[in-house]
Design a protein around this ligand. Structure first.
Ligand code: GH3
Ligand code: MG
Ligand code: MG
Ligand code: MG
Length: 314
């Protein structure tokens, strides 16, 4: 029996970080220096089935934020050392969190304070003392909406894999994890061969069917700790965590063998097949940042195309 290359625990953590939006229970994080407020908020929010994380000491803010990855953040305005405004501004400039919904709690509701909150990037505010009904109306509807819009921003509508934007964010995290855990990581670009011909011969909607089918194969084939995204058009990029060059070539070659047997049937009862070409780059040997790795994988793809397509080149 082959020993797994990575501890189960690490894999679970990665999968959790990458697929944080797949959970069904909404997560809310509340930061307030007053333990009574935290207790009250927890009671209210849990009553509506939300998962609540409370934090009294803002010094641990980033640690707790990354560990919980909440769907919504509730911040107290006035706390020692870091104000809610400081935290809010910091979240808004962090690429992974900049669109996290933020609601403030404030005992002050004068115009100047409110203006300051919104200028810092707040989505809403609640005045203390907090009434349950007010909290209910403002938090629940915001959570529903944010989940919906996040899902469309994160997943490609046609193929179901990550969008370019979200995929790159996840890949950045994956690279950080690989560095921290001294793991290899490969990035690969998969480009469908002569796809323009598919559209030209069988029509654009048949082309869409092929893309959709390829997307669902990618989702089935790759592990949850890998990142699969639509790079654009008929090009996809995969981040293979903990895989070296050789392992990545093997896995992509196996995928190609499956894919090239996938039959497509036209309206005119004609059967056709589609292949892909792939280019692979390995971290850290081919580069230690994503920009360099993208260039290397593109160069490898170019060689795969030039050598006759329907193959994996690293
Ligand atoms: P190569 O093997 O060199 O990659 O050839 P190719 O024909 O695949 O490459 P090319 O870049 O010339 O064409 C890509 C085609 O993919 C052109 C474009 O119309 C098509 N395409 C891109 N996005 C979509 C889409 O969402 N749906 C459909 N049906 N076609 C798409
Ligand atoms: Mg306070
Ligand atoms: Mg292309
Ligand atoms: Mg192509």
């Amino acid at each position: 029996i082959e020993k797994p290359a990575l501890a189960e625990e690490i894999l679970n953590t990665i999968a959790q970080i990458l697929h944080q939006h797949h959970r069904d229970r909404h997560k809310v994080m509340v930061v307030d220096d007053d333990p009574h407020i935290l207790q009250l908020m927890q009671t209210f929010l849990e009553r509506w089935g939300l998962e609540v994380t409370t934090l009294q000491d803002p010094h641990q803010f980033w640690q707790v934020l990354e560990a919980t990855s909440p769907d919504l953040l509730i911040l107290d305005l006035i706390m020692p050392d870091y104000s809610g405004i400081d935290l809010c501004q910091a979240v808004r400039t962090a690429s992974l969190w900049h669109d996290l919904p933020i609601v403030f709690l404030s005992a002050h509701s004068d115009r100047a304070t409110i203006r300051q909150l919104f200028a810092a990037g707040a989505d809403d505010y609640l005045s203390k003392p907090i009434g349950e009904e007010d909290l209910h109306t403002r938090i629940l509807s915001r959570l529903e909406r944010s989940r919906l819009s996040r899902h469309t921003a994160d997943f490609d509508g046609l193929t179901g894999v990550y969008t370019h934007r979200r995929g790159i964010q996840n890949l950045t995290q994956l690279l950080r994890l690989a560095t921290r855990n001294h793991q290899t990581l490969c990035v690969a670009i998969l480009d469908l061969d002569l796809f323009k011909q598919v559209n030209d011969r069988y029509g654009h909607s048949m082309g869409d069917t092929v893309l959709k089918q390829f997307g669902s194969l990618l989702q089935q084939y790759f592990r949850s700790e890998d990142v699969t995204m639509r790079w654009g058009g008929e090009e996809f990029v995969v981040g293979l965590y903990g895989a070296d060059r050789q392992q990545s070539i093997e896995r992509l070659t196996k995928l190609l063998e499956i894919w090239r047997q996938q039959q497509f049937l036209t309206d005119g009862a004609e059967i056709f097949y589609v292949t892909f070409s792939a280019g692979v780059a390995e971290y850290p040997t081919d580069g230690n940042n994503l920009e360099t790795l993208y260039r290397k994988m593109d160069a490898a793809l170019y060689r795969a195309k030039a050598a006759g397509r329907n193959q994996v080149v690293a």
